[in-house]
Each structure stands twice: as structure tokens, then as C-alpha cells.
Design a protein around this ligand. Sequence first.
Ligand code: SER
Ligand code: ZN
Length: 501
Amino acid sequence: MMRFELQARLTLSSDISGFSSEFERFIAEANQSILRKGAEKLAVIERFTIENETLCLWITSEGTLRPHNTLLQIKNALSKELGTSHHIGVRDITITTYTISFDLPRPPRKKVSIPFADVTIQDNQATMVLSDVSEEFLRGNYIDRMMNRVREKVENQYYEGKAEFWKLIWKSEEKPPVWNKDPTEEMERLGWLKQGPTKGKWFYRPQAAAILKTMETIAIQEVLKPLGFQEVIESHIKPFDIWLKTGHMEGMPYEFYYVAEPRTRDAADWERFIDLTKITKEVPTEELQKNLSAPIAGLCYAQCPMIYWSFKGKTIAEKSLPVLVYDKTAISARYESGGRHGIERVDEFHRIEPVYIGTREQLLTVRERLLERYKHVFNDIFDLEWQMAWVTPWYMQQAGKIGDESTQDTGTIDFEAYMPYRGTRQDSEWLEFQNLSILGDKYITAFNIKAQKSELWSGCSGIGLQRWTTAFLAQKGLDPTHWPERFRKYLQDLPEGIQFL
Ligand code: SER
Ligand code: ZN
């Protein structure tokens, strides 16, 4: 059940006190014409009052036609009528109160509130009350989004604390680990790594850098090149409109590193800032704030959104399908707060992200071939103990949602490695060291990407270099002589590094 009750106040250009009977006729007519479709009442003007220049209307509907959408129609009809007969116009419309009641699939578990309205909920019945609403507000289709947001908030209450979807697909055999230490701690102790300089960031000295770069080389030589992926280079700074389209903006606003621009590039405007810095030898943050714009973008969070943006509004030639590209330049930043650990859970990481766009059939084939190449790397080159599972698709995780039993055409596969330093195979948490997704037409639609004839789908896969590195080292140790032969073909010996006194 849905019920809309709207009370509007129209201000006219002159006194209309004497026109009561004309309004009665006008409203009866409107109820019979513009508010009707055949026998069906779409909305009803229930009553009206007149006081000097002010006309108040009470409009109700069961939802077929939202009263606020009819209000402009009524305004136009009224202007026409009064204009011809009395040269009176409509100056202004305000909605004094707007009450919207609608059903929820189930009752909330706790209170729900949203901006712009007071929300009360009785069992399954939600009621939103808005007051003093402007015409612009109504044009923006906010009302329906507000109803959706209330529904979504109630639904989310049922998912809080619920385990995410996870279903095993494949598991390697057990591999005896070479050691059971935490590779980050050991690399730090050996001076291969230095933490910082800011939270969740690392400085990779030559030994650690060599291992990360080897991971990159292996991913390109063994996975991406053989499948025909082409490299692209994207910008590291993502403007908000891209994240609005992908849903990251509403899903992850607390995990971004934000980017602000100088308010001006004119040194004169920065004089005080420079003076203060020179005199105090500290950064005058308050003064800085005055010289910066509000954030307009964020650092890279995932690489695929900007790859989709680069295809925005384009029609891709059939002969270019499937599109197979990857970016390995943009570095991802995620504000992790509590979850940081070693180089495997960091605020800044290096990832290669392949993106594929093509027909459903093409993408299912791409997935098969990627899986085959990945298996080759993890089994034959890394000799890893690992497994694959269907999980909540990443875009749902990143929108703060929980996945259902997604079909196996679309969805995300996580690759997880046993981390001996964390405990037993059964009781410890395995490390998600990679993912692979097919996402249907979600981003194709969001960025209006087309082909000549084919219906397009897309997907991406995250190859995290830190994750590959820690998964490998946690099982195989830091001594290259214990590493698998096939890996040593890529990295025989570590660089000497730098000795400190
Ligand atoms: N875009 C995917 C993710 O964020 C792959 O990198 O996980
Ligand atoms: Zn992606």
C-alpha cells in the first residue's frame, strides 16, 4: 500500500477571495481530466482553501501518479485558466507538508532516519513527512530515492553481522610450508622493508622491491601477454563523477584518500602561508585550509572505474571485442584504519588490474582462460597452497552490501592462500590474494558503452602485488634457495641491498 498526501500553497499575483466557485469548477474538472486515466483516478485534489492571494490544495494519491508530479501540471492548467479569464498568474509554489506512507518488506529492527524528512515506522508501514519543500526539490526525483533509501536501510539492518556469501570452488593439495613466520616482520628485521612514512605505507628497499617487481613480471609474462591483454595508463586521481557512476562514492566514502586543489596558483595568495612556514618551520594547517578547494577527487581506489570511463559513450567495433586491457600504473589508496597488517593489509598498494569487455560468451571464455593461466602461476611457478571460492561480488562489498547466492555467470571469485604464520589450515584466516569478476552489464550501462550489434558485459580482476608477495613468502620463506625452481627462473638471487652502520 502506498499513500501520498500533499498540501501545497500557491501564491497568485492578486487577490482571489471572490473566485471560490470558479476554483470549485476548476478542481472538479482537473479531477476528471488531468488526474485521471480512463476510469482510473491517478490522484485527487481533495479540497482547497482561499485566502487573499493564497490558494491551498490538498492532493492525495495511492501512488500511480505522485502528487508532486501533478502539481506542476495543475499549476500550468491554473495559470492558463486564470490568465485568460482574469490576468492572474501563479507566482510561487511551496509544499507545506507532504506525507508519504509506504509498505516495507519487513519491519525495522531499530530506528531509521534520513535527510529531508521525519521518518516513523509502524510494523511494516513507513511514513515520511516533509515540510516546506521547494519546487526544485521536487523536480529532482528525490522523493522516490528517499523511499528507496528507507527500504534499503531497513533491509541492511537484517544483514548486519551476517556472514558474507562464500562457496568453495577448488582447492589445491596441501603443501608443506618452508617456515611459519610473518614475512613482513622478517623483512623489516632484515632491512628489506621500512614502514611509513605515513600510516599503512611502506618503503620497499631493493630486496623487497625486486620480489614485488618479479610478481609484476610474472603476471604480465605468464597471464596477460599470452591472453593478448594490452597495457593502458590511467590517471591516478579519480574525479567524483566516476565514483558516482560506479557506486563507490556512496559505498566507500570513509575509505578514500581525498584530493584537494590549490584555490589559486597565484603565489601572492599564498604569501601568508609561506611567511608562516618560513618563520615557524611548521606547516600552518589552518592557513593551508584557507588556500585549498574542497576535495574534488580521490586517489585511485580500484583501476577499473577509470578504464570504463575511458570508454564512456563509445561504440566499440565488433573486431575489437573482447576488449582486453590492463593498468599497472595507478597505485591504490584505501584508508584502512583498524585492519592494517604488514604489507598484506595496507593503505597503499600496487595492483595490476585487467579489465575485459565483450559478449557474455566471450567473457565466460576469458574467465576460463584467465583461470587456467592463474592456476599455472600459482601451481607451477609459486607451488602454492591455495583455493578459490565464490564470494559476494566486489562491487557489492564496496557498496556496503551483501551478496546473495549469485549466479555463476556473474559474480566474484576470490583466490585465497594458506598463511602458515597465522595458525592451522582449519582455524586461521586465509589471505585473499587475488580476485576475478564478471559483472554483467552494470558498468557497461553506467558508462553507456556500446558495440555495433553485441550486448556487452564486463569484468575485472585484481592482481595485488603485495598480496602475491606475502602469500608466496608466507609459504616459501625468504631464502631464495628454498624457492621453487620455476620461480627462480624469474628471480635467482636477491639484490645485495644497502648496509647500514
Ligand atoms: N575492482 C576490483 C576490486 O576492487 C578488482 O581490483 O576488488
Ligand atoms: Zn575492478
